[in-house]
Design a protein around this ligand. Structure first.
Ligand code: AMP
Length: 446
């Protein structure tokens, strides 16, 4: 049976067993604890992630499209860097998975250990460096138990899943680890497909997916084409959304395009393992102005509203790497994560009330404006930088700088931050406006 389908090949259950067994033996034999995997979505990468789970090795996804410097920060703490040479050219010191799977080895199964790290995902950090969240096997188990119990998932028991997100992005935890833990077939879409609707739709139609895990932005993009409808995905039973606001109009259109589909609006930050709440959206709800993000009867942990902020406790609360504390703390004697999200519990549902800080979501990507500002400040000639965001989610940077041009700054910045963090416009100004307490004003506009 085919268990994994990608643009660079597929895997049968037997192949997955064999490859992951060999990679797990290799990792175990070398006492690897943290494995960076340069993460395309090839079959060998999927086998390597499974191998990490088997050998209790922490999987660190490394997006191949990241600028070199940012990639190095993420790779720094890995004992080994694995890559699939059929997809990327390697670099000296990296280990090609094609070589690893040539040699059978002996793998010693391990007893369950909830404390051992399962994976580490890096998000935009306000200091200008990516921020690592380390999720333990216990955190992940808690998520998977909750996820499988969401009524739409429990009742349909999807056997084939469609993935959209990169494996370095928290949303992918839902499809990737659900498929790894249940043996459901996973069909992935690579970044290259997103610019080519006909190729992307071909992949979707071949997937036979019963469950799709999407960001709302992605579904909105797909709906620009009338071909995104029931005929394309005849088996689709559930769409699981997470990561950003799902608009009622998007849900309503999806109900029309995919009659009978069940829509889940889930919520949670990377720091608490993908999602902690989920609300099933009904066609009636889709006619209301806003949608709930969680049904309080079934949450993955404790959900508390403290001074208007959503605070999460329970088994899915993870930690940052390097002893960083950030929003982690205690709530009534329990470890918790202060999300920075405004929220309200009403009518048994959790409602999102916007961010309490400046963090942004653009096409599902999480961005700290200070991350862009701090990286602009690293460029020669830049003395001050302020990033603002328009109502249409367009990023603009205003900088004071000597002897440089916006084009040069853009080029320099692209070597420091991922493409999705590049401002649409960089404007060089003589002086930036200063407000009370001599603080730079950040409400400059476009
Ligand atoms: P990430 O760590 O990339 O998953 O981003 C987490 C953040 O995305 C949360 O703290 C929220 O600000 C936002 N978010 C996640 N799910 C939703 C949702 N269903 N509706 C609105 N915002 C969401």
């Amino acid at each position: 049976m085919t268990i994994y389908c990608s643009g660079t090949g597929s895997l049968t259950t037997e192949q997955l067993e064999m490859y992951s067994g060999r990679i797990a033996a290799y990792l175990q034999g070398r006492d690897v604890r943290f494995a960076g995997i340069v993460c395309g979505k090839s079959p060998l990468v999927y086998a390597a992630i499974r191998a990490c789970a088997m050998a209790h090795v922490c999987f660190i996804p490394i997006d191949e499209a990241l600028p070199g410097q940012r990639r190095s920060v993420i790779a720094e703490n890995a004992d080994i860097l694995l890559y699939d040479g059929t997809v990327f050219p390697g670099q000296p010191g990296w280990t090609d998975l094609r070589d690893v799977v040539l040699h059978p080895g002996t793998f010693q199964p391990l007893p369950e250990d909830d404390i051992a790290p399962a994976y580490r995902i890096y998000t935009s950090g306000s200091t200008g460096f990516p921020k690592g969240t380390q999720v333990s096997r216990g955190n992940l188990r808690s998520f998977l138990t909750w996820f499988s119990g969401i009524p739409a998932i429990a009742e349909t028991k999807p056997r084939s899943v469609l993935n959209q997100a990169m494996f370095s992005f928290d949303l992918s935890v839902a499809d990737l680890w659900y498929s790894l833990s249940t043996g459901a077939r996973l069909t992935v879409m690579e970044r290259g497909l997103f610019g080519d609707f006909s190729a992307m739709f071909r992949r979707m139609s071949e997937s036979g997916a019963e469950l799709a895990v999407f960001t709302p932005s992605f579904a909105e993009l797909c709906m620009c084409d009338s071909g995104f409808c029931r005929e394309l995905l005849p088996e689709l039973r559930v769409i699981f959304f997470c990561g950003e606001t799902l608009r009622p109009a998007t849900a309503e259109k999806l109900f029309r395009r995919f009659p009978g589909v069940r829509i889940i609006n889930a919520y949670g930050p990377t720091e608490t393992c993908c999602a902690v709440t989920a609300a099933e959206i009904t066609p009636e709800m889709a006619r209301q102005p806003v949608l709930p993000i969680g049904d309080m009867r079934r949450t993955a942990g404790g959900i508390h509203i403290v001074d208007g902020e959503i605070v999460i406790t329970g088994e899915s609360v993870a930690r940052y790497t390097g002893g960083v504390i950030g929003g982690f703390g205690e709530h009534r004697g329990e470890r918790c994560f202060h999300t920075g999200d405004g929220g309200e519990i009403r009518d048994g549902m959790l409602w999102f009330r916007g961010r309490l800080d400046r963090q942004l979501k653009i096409m599902g990507y999480r961005i700290e404006p200070e991350d862009i500002e701090n990286n602009l400040l690293k460029l020669p000639g830049v003395t001050q930088a302020v990033v603002s965001v328009s109502g249409k989610n367009r990023i603009t940077a205003h900088v004071t700088a000597n002897a440089t041009t916006p084009e040069e700054l853009r080029r320099g910045l692209s070597e420091l931050v991922p493409e999705y963090m590049l401002p649409g416009r960089i404007v060089i100004v003589e002086q930036l406006p200063v407000g009370g307490s001599f603080k730079l004003r950040r409400d400059i506009g476009e």
